[in-house]
Each structure stands twice: as C-alpha cells, then as structure tokens.
Design a protein around this ligand. Structure first.
Ligand SMILES: [Zn+2]
Length: 93
C-alpha cells in the first residue's frame, strides 16, 4: 500500500486503494496545485504581444494576457477569477 503525494507541494493525497492509471507514472497533484499547473500550461499557449492571434483578442484580453503571463513567470499564484479568464481565452483560441 502506498500513499500518493502531490508532486508540487508534497501534500498527502491519501492512501491509494485503487490504481487508476495502471503502470503509468502519472504526476498527481492536490486540487490547488493542479489548478496552478493548468494555469501555467494554458498561459504558455496564449499568444505573445504582436502575434496575429494576439491582435484577435479583445482589448481587455490584450491587457490581461501579458499581465497573467508575467505574473506566472514570476511564480505568483493565479486566483480563481484569473484562472477562469485564462480558461475562457484558452478555449476560444
Ligand atoms: Zn499540491
């Protein structure tokens, strides 16, 4: 029997009673780290200033995208509303 730990904050995720992904070294995270991890990943896919995709964003998004990218680059955590905005922009690209 083994205990799963979050790969980022090492918090215990409880004792594993069932192997969900047999044979795979799946990285597991607690819900909070999973959110930050996804936010980081989504931010890297968002267009950079000056790219054609960036020009297609709304004025608000053109302000939001560079600021969230630099926030994440500095290692700051993304808030829930920021995460939802990221997801919304990501989904429409
Ligand atoms: Zn964690």
């Amino acid at each position: 029997m083994s205990v799963d730990r979050c790969v980022d904050c090492k918090a215990s995720l409880g004792t594993r009673t069932q192997e969900t992904f047999p044979g795979m070294g799946v990285e597991k995270r607690c819900p909070e780290c999973e959110t930050q991890h996804r936010a980081k990943w989504m931010a890297t896919t968002l267009p950079d200033v000056g790219s054609p995709e960036f020009e297609g964003l709304t004025e608000w998004e053109q302000g939001f995208v560079p600021s969230i990218k630099s926030q994440i680059a500095r290692g700051r955590k993304v808030t829930e509303p920021q995460y939802q905005a990221l997801e919304r922009i990501y989904d429409k690209l």
